[in-house]
Ligand binder design. Structure first.
Ligand SMILES: NC(=O)c1ccc[n+]([C@@H]2O[C@H](COP(=O)([O-])OP(=O)(O)OC[C@H]3O[C@@H](n4cnc5c(N)ncnc54)[C@H](OP(=O)(O)O)[C@@H]3O)[C@@H](O)[C@H]2O)c1
Length: 237
């Protein structure tokens, strides 16, 4: 890529966000890593020759402050935040519900609010949904509904921000680092997810990064949710 354009990756300090930030830097973008852990954001920013800002999707003031810092323009914003509340319906906790909706839906809408004057024409936002939105199951209520809401947020934000484009990526189970917290169970979760796809494998971070990078340049695509999940919505198991 010959030109330098600025991209803000929120949730960019680890897992898929960090993979997107690294690829964007490699492709010639000026990358700003946004994360609530500003030290982690600064470490990655320094590694890839970019910048770093504290952005907490649960804290509107941090979003507004970041937009002020970047007021001379941003081409693209990718927001990967999630705050899972994976419980059965009888165990729902109102604070957990609010945090989950804020990380995936309300926070990105507030990002759109504050960055609308900052986003450059021809630019875009990419939100993050997930396959659970299309695969209901016990314990997946909050993740499923928030992921479904992201699809509608992308459609409606696309109409609000046009001609800036807004799209969403909906990953299947991806070995992004997020599953490392499962310890010994990680391998079983990944192989079990592979059996539920048409592709016959779990996802890798690069599968998702490829889709995000394509969307950044896909000037005739707006308001869409791109499913990157090995066809698992089409396999009945
Ligand atoms: N990996 C998968 O298998 C998979 C499958 C389906 C969908 N997805 C979706 O893909 C996206 C990225 O997932 P991932 O695999 O990278 O792992 P993840 O653990 O879900 O990553 C979430 C990211 O969001 C950040 N975050 C959480 N709350 C935040 C907040 N209030 N403000 C700012 N950032 C916040 C986290 O940063 P901290 O370090 O601060 O926690 C982390 O960087 C998520 O939306 C997830 O739901 C992933």
């Amino acid at each position: 890529m010959e030109y330098v354009d600025r991209i803000l990756v929120i949730g960019g300090a680890r897992a898929l966000g960090a993979a997107i930030a690294r690829r964007a830097a490699k492709d010639g973008y000026e990358v700003v890593v946004g994360a609530r852990d500003v030290a982690a954001a600064e470490a990655l920013g320094a590694e890839i020759g970019g910048g770093a800002l504290r952005i907490d999707l649960q804290d509107e003031a941090s979003i507004a402050a970041a937009a002020e810092v970047l007021r001379d323009g941003v081409a693209h914003i990718v927001t990967t935040g999630s705050a899972p509340h994976d419980v059965r319906v009888t165990e729902l906790d109102r604070e957990g519900l609010l945090a989950a909706f804020t990380a995936k839906v309300i926070g990105p809408m507030l990002v759109a609010k504050h960055f609308a004057p900052v986003l450059r024409p021809g630019g875009s936002m990419v939100l993050f949904s997930g396959v659970v939105g299309w695969r209901p199951g016990p314990g997946s209520l909050v993740k499923g509904v928030t992921n479904g809401a992201v699809e509608y947020a992308a459609r409606h934000l696309a109409a609000e921000l046009a001609p800036v484009r807004v799209n969403a990526v909906s990953p299947g189970v991806v070995d992004s680092g997020a599953w490392d917290r499962l310890g010994e169970k990680r391998a079983a979760v990944l192989s079990g997810s592979a059996a539920k796809t048409l592709a016959g494998r779990h996802g890798e971070s690069e599968d998702i990064v490829d889709a995000v990078m394509w969307l950044l340049g896909a000037g005739f695509v707006s308001g869409e949710t791109i499913h990157v999940e090995g066809g698992s919505r089409h396999k009945f198991v």
